[in-house]
Design a protein around this ligand. Structure first.
Ligand code: GLC
Length: 618
């Protein structure tokens, strides 16, 4: 595919801009924003841009391993994170996603997703200089850095919102501000709620203004009005400013919501795609080494359009949210059929569709499954969500999973689940049982399950991203129950502080920390070692004939790799056709019997990465 020249990009940008805004003056301002940021880009970053010009190989490498973490939970300040880079290197991390760290009012911050100043770091965490210095240190170690850009809304304490409160009409025009509830009430008829229990409604009455303002997320997060070109201009300026601080990936937060229109659900509207495409073009012109990661937590069919057509990309990387929640569904049902169906679709996507894979992130697990597909088995959406929530909160008889509900709006039957990977996989329950002298069987099962889930995630194409603490199996942190600024938001159950003392146990053989830490290392090293994991490998679903066992076949040139996962706690046998295989994780060698098949035995939650050996194993 031939790349667009700068002139072509600018031409397309102008065309899209005029189509949307029809405003020459605003476009002239926008061009100045681009020029100012291009001029300000440091030589070291320009060198990175240059090196990355050849293609997306840098973020599509199978040698990349990501981690996401909160600065306040991982040492407390940016300076401390810098000191702990050696730990991250030991984990094999070369892609680091720092959770929101820009200035944000305490108590009304939504975990940093209510930004009051896009050009200032929250003082408790450090300064912009600290961020740049961390970025430089990361680059020296070959670690790419990702930062959130929260573009749908600002904090009610952002300068624009403050000016709006003070009566400044130009500032009010940057938001959706109404004199009465008439139009807001019309919106409410078609716009669903994001947080039905913790933040119901999409509008808030503002005492200072004596007006109503749109707040789709929390009442202190004011939705920006992108129909105003100055909002777009200044927000792109903020985005490029952050890119110029040395970020390699910018996470576009909650993008489906950024265009609002009366009479619609205000999600995924066509204008959103124009805006994202324009942001992509702006980055290509100013900082082409920067990739855009889109956060699109939507039903499966809404997600892929955010990649845009291959020749006119929007997001470079998207969260693989459907595979993530389908994976947890599979664990709770011990039935891989929906996962197979889902992977069939992922495997068929064009090459430009590149995902970030993950088991857990800072948010809840929303059950955005393909209910049309599940319907054929008589599985209804509402009862199934109830089952999943019961399983993952330990309410279902015999469940060893320990999570909490999130936004449990009974009327909608639409609650979601929270919890760390370890607690959801049964480790919390296992530890308590072991302490209670009930033996270690439950703990062992939890460990095996946790490792199997990670192995599954690592064998997919895309960037595997670990949630900080998962590498040592950190459990839920219930201390948020006592913190008035957080106790309504159960997502804090999996946002605990990283326990550096616990991490020391990774050196003690036989501890769960050591088993998990080394297990993840093994997965990462093996993934990096074999071409079968390359992002341009062919990938197919491998049908095992057992609905409990998921299979993925990866092929690159002469390498054929079959990855198998038993999603059930019970043993399972799988028949393989071929000659000989070597498990590249355990080293175990297998040979078919005379009839060209082999029966493989899997323990509960067992998994194998089997490389096909053509002329005997080497
Ligand atoms: C995104 C974030 C989430 C936040 C929301 C509002 O979805 O992941 O944590 O609450 O945006 O900014």
């Amino acid at each position: 595919m031939s790349k667009q020249t700068k002139a072509q990009m600018l031409e397309e940008l102008k065309w899209l801009y005029m189509e949307l805004y029809d405003n020459e003056e605003a476009f002239a301002y926008f061009e100045k924003v681009l020029q100012k940021n291009a001029d300000a880009r440091r030589p070291a970053l320009r060198a990175l841009d240059e090196a990355r010009q050849e293609g997306p190989d840098w973020y599509q490498s199978h040698k990349l391993l990501g981690m996401m973490l909160y600065v306040q939970n991982f040492g407390g300040t940016l300076k401390e994170v810098k000191k702990h880079l050696s730990y991250l290197e030991e984990c094999g991390i070369n892609y680091l996603h720092l959770m929101p760290l820009l200035d944000s009012p305490k108590g009304k911050s939504d975990g940093g997703y209510a930004v009051s100043d896009f050009k200032k770091v929250r003082p408790k965490l450090g300064t912009m200089e600290d961020l740049e210095s961390l970025a430089d240190a990361c680059h020296e170690k070959g670690i790419a850095l990702c930062l959130d850009f929260v573009l749908n809304h600002t904090s009610e304490e952002h300068a624009w919102a403050k000016a709006a409160k003070a009566g400044d009409k130009t500032a009010q025009d940057r938001f959706f501000v109404y004199d009465s509830w008439e139009i807001p009430n019309q919106f409410e008829k078609t716009v669903p709620e994001v947080f039905p229990t913790t933040a119901p409604g999409n509008f808030t009455w503002c005492e200072e203004m004596q007006k109503v303002v749109m707040t789709c997320f929390h009442d202190y997060q004011w939705d920006l009005n992108y129909a105003n070109p100055m909002v777009f201009n200044d927000m792109v300026d903020n985005l490029l400013y952050l890119a110029n601080r040395g970020m390699d990936v910018i996470r576009l937060d909650a993008i489906p919501y950024i265009w609002k229109q009366l009479g619609t659900n205000c999600r995924n509207l066509p204008q959103v795609h124009t805006l994202v495409r324009m942001m992509h073009l702006a980055c290509q012109l100013v900082c082409p080494g920067v990739a855009l990661l889109g956060e699109v937590v939507m039903e499966p069919r809404e997600i892929v359009p955010y990649f845009g057509p291959a020749e006119k990309p929007e997001c470079d990387i998207l969260y693989n949210v459907t595979t993530m929640c389908t994976t947890w569904h599979t664990l709770a049902t011990r039935d891989v059929r929906l996962l197979q169906y889902q992977m069939e679709q992922v495997c068929r996507l064009p090459e430009n569709c590149y995902f970030q894979n993950y088991l857990r992130c800072h948010d809840d697990i929303g059950w955005g499954l393909d209910y049309r597909y599940l319907g054929q088995f008589g599985i209804g959406e509402e009862p199934h969500k109830r089952y999943l929530n019961d399983w993952f909160t330990g309410k279902w008889p015999g469940s060893w999973s320990r999570g909490e509900l999130y936004n449990n709006a009974e009327s909608l039957g639409d609650a979601r689940a929270c919890g760390t990977t370890a607690s959801l996989c049964g480790l919390e329950c296992g530890i308590l049982e072991a302490l209670d002298n009930k033996g270690s069987a439950s703990l062992d099962r939890g460990l095996q399950c946790d490792l199997m889930m990670h192995a599954w995630m690592f064998s997919q194409t895309g960037i595997p991203v670990i949630y900080s603490g998962d590498e040592i199996g950190q459990l839920n942190d219930y201390s948020y129950h006592d913190d008035p600024s957080h106790w309504e938001d159960s997502r804090y159950v999996h946002r605990g502080k990283f326990d550096f003392d616990l991490a020391e146990k990774r050196f003690e053989v036989g501890t769960m920390q050591q088993i998990l830490f080394d297990g993840l290392q093994k997965l990462k090293d093996t993934r990096a070692q074999y071409d079968a994991f390359r992002s341009d490998a062919d990938v197919f679903v491998y049908y095992t004939g057992d609905d409990r066992v998921m299979g993925l076949l990866r092929r690159y040139e002469s390498q054929t790799l079959i990855c198998l996962y038993n999603f059930s706690e019970h043993p399972a046998d799988v028949k393989l056709h071929g000659e000989a295989w070597k498990d590249i994780l355990s080293g175990e060698e297998l040979t078919a019997s005379g009839d060209g098949t082999a029966i493989l035995h899997f323990d509960g939650y067992g998994y194998r990465w089997l490389m096909e050996c053509v002329k005997g194993c080497v």
